[in-house]
Design a protein around this ligand. Structure first.
Ligand code: PCA
Length: 214
């Protein structure tokens, strides 16, 4: 089995992106999964097209896109992507869409087709905190997740895909006042490895509660 793993370049004035630094530490084989890595730009205009090209070249069995979530203390496999681009800050190309659909004729939302609950449980089991998230935001990460799931649903039936946000690196997080939660790149890579194993081992998600009141 092959998994396409993507991470983002730095954005928002940061010199690093935790997803990219951690992805670099993930080995090319994780259990039975061959891991093919690609970096995506933090740009509404080009990120989805580059992801589509990568899927066409690699022909993976599953796709896991990674992004950094400043302020989150846990790994958060995302349950859902919504059909909206609404940017608080410009992307790296200077684009700042407001209430623009990701795909004009697309459905309002797509659910992840990765086993998000099994991924969270597997990460917890190796000692990295994780929980299922019900919002990927409305910035480039949600844009990429929605674009991915639309592409898989329309052109690659049977290929599973989804998105996971990871915490910031400790050195990035320390620069904030008050400091944000952070982890080492090694620890983030450990979580990503556990998530990949869970994807390989769980064709269907586990039955577990991951609900929230808000
Ligand atoms: N995080 C941003 C975009 C790139 C990244 O790593 C997001 O959550 O949308």
């Amino acid at each position: 089995m092959t998994i396409l793993l993507t991470a983002f370049e730095p954005f928002g004035g940061e010199a690093q992106n935790a997803s990219l630094e951690a992805m670099r530490l993930v080995p090319d084989m994780v259990g039975e999964m061959r891991v093919v890595k690609r970096m995506l730009p933090v740009a509404f205009g080009t990120s989805a097209a580059l992801l589509r090209q990568a899927i066409e070249q690699v022909r993976p069995d599953a796709v896991l896109c990674l992004g950094q979530a400043a302020g989150r203390a846990e790994f958060t496999p995302e349950r859902v992507a919504i059909n909206i681009d609404d940017a608080r800050i410009p992307d790296n190309a200077g684009d700042q869409p407001m209430d623009r659909p990701v795909v004009a004729s697309g459905p309002p939302a797509y659910f992840s087709t990765l086993p998000v609950k099994a991924m969270a449980a597997a990460m917890d089991a190796v000692g990295v905190p994780a929980s299922v998230s019900n919002t990927a935001g409305t910035y480039v990460c949600n844009h990429v997740m929605y674009s991915l799931l639309h592409e898989l649903a329309t052109a690659y039936p049977g290929v599973r895909g989804g998105f996971m946000h990871v915490p910031m690196l400790a050195e990035q997080a320390e620069a904030y006042h008050p400091p944000l939660p952070g982890m080492s790149a090694e620890e983030i890579a450990r979580g990503i490895r556990a998530a990949i194993v869970a994807i390989a081992e769980n064709r269907r998600d586990i039955a577990a509660s991951a609900g929230r009141e808000h």
